[in-house]
Design a protein around this ligand. Structure first.
Ligand code: NAP
Ligand code: GLV
Length: 316
């Protein structure tokens, strides 16, 4: 069996080595233009040429079926689905692989930093000031997690440990202990109205692009805080800025942006109520990812179903 690796802006060498060690019976190599089709590919933002050559434009050649499975080394497949892919090509996303605990850490940190006003304390102590802030009521800080998938559910459960009221929003209705769940477009206004801190963990799809806009963000409770850890294109940036400047929103922690890296002149960098992080809330972990992908290839070889297969139509 042949496995090819094709990454944009990332050295494939440690992945080739790690995968070869984890799966000695496979022939693993980094893709080069013109290489014959492999059975499985591990990719991040591959060029269209890679897809065309590896899938043989849907034609068979010397009895080879062309690529069977495309493993994405991230949870989000929005960039991959921008390419022209044969509908029969199985696209598989990373399914946690060490990301959910990182995401839970990041979001809890951001929620707690805002709720406990730690930025204010930092500014005071940096100025040598011993200050006191009146404790705020946790009951007034319901956290709403948009997207209750692999990452969102883990984040929601982590927030419950700190006794925040937690709301959840997803496409299909969910029933999670202690979490007030809202489902589908009809549930969105009630979810927003019940939410003081919004955490976005939805995939970027045609349905969710620009979903955080003036209309939706205005429906959050006054003084609401926004944490976007999913994709930059979910958020209409000028609407966020206008609502922070009008006082309806207290601020935001943003890990993802419409343009990455965030351009030096972007107003988010210097806004006093916005915290910027460089798309780092949940990183792909190589060893965990390789172990997951090898396990899935072996399951496919045995004819067993696997988790994380992307629905091309739904977009996630
Ligand atoms: P997932 O398991 O596929 O979960 C997606 C969730 O979003 C599901 O609950 C789904 O609803 C919900 N959803 C999808 N479309 C919706 C819509 N139109 N309205 C309401 N809910 C909708 O994905 P995941 O593994 O949790 O990852 C989520 C996203 O996080 C990824 O797509 C990626 O963009 C982002 N991410 C960011 C980082 C980072 O470092 N910043 C790292 C990893 C991932 P159903 O349950 O009903 O299907
Ligand atoms: C990172 O953003 C991912 O989608 O895994």
């Amino acid at each position: 069996m042949n496995i090819t690796i094709c990454f944009e802006r990332l050295d494939p060498a440690p992945w080739v080595l790690g995968l070869q060690q984890a799966f000695p019976e496979a022939a693993v190599s980094a893709w080069a233009p013109g290489a014959p089709p492999a059975d499985h590919a591990i990719v991040w933002a591959p060029p269209q040429r890679f897809i065309d050559e590896q899938t043989l434009g849907g034609q068979t050649c010397d009895g080879h079926k062309g690529l069977q499975t495309l493993f994405n080394i991230g949870a989000g497949v929005d960039a991959l689905l921008q390419l022209k892919l044969p509908p029969s090509l199985k696209v598989v996303r990373l399914d946690d692989a060490g990301m959910s605990v990182q995401m839970a850490e990041f979001v809890c940190h951001a929620v707690i930093r805002h709720f406990r006003e730690f930025d204010g304390y930092d500014a005071d102590t940096a100025a040598g000031k011993w200050s006191y802030r009146k404790p705020r009521s946790r009951a007034d800080f319901a956290v709403g997690v948009m997207g209750l998938g692999v990452l969102g559910e883990r984040v929601a459960k982590a927030l419950q440990v700190f006794e925040f009221p937690v709301n959840g929003y997803s496409r299909s209705a969910k029933d999670l202990p202690g979490i007030r769940c809202f489902g589908g477009a009809q549930g969105l206004p009630e979810f927003l109205a019940a939410t003081r801190v919004l955490v976005n963990l939805m995939p970027l799809t045609p349905e969710t692009e620009n979903i955080l806009n003036k209309t939706t963000l205005s429906q959050l409770q006054p003084g609401a805080y926004v944490i976007n850890v999913a994709r930059g294109k979910h958020l209409v940036e000028e609407d966020l800025l206008a609502l922070i400047d009008s006082g309806h929103l207290a601020g935001a922690t943003l890990d993802v942006f419409r343009t990455e890296p965030l351009p030096a002149e972007h107003p988010f960098w210097r806004h006093p109520k916005i915290t910027v992080t460089p798309h780092t809330s949940a990183r792909t972990l190589r060893e965990e990812s390789i172990a997951q992908i090898v396990g899935k290839i072996q399951a496919l070889q045995r004819g067993e179903p696997i988790n994380g297969v992307v629905d091309h139509q739904r977009g996630y």
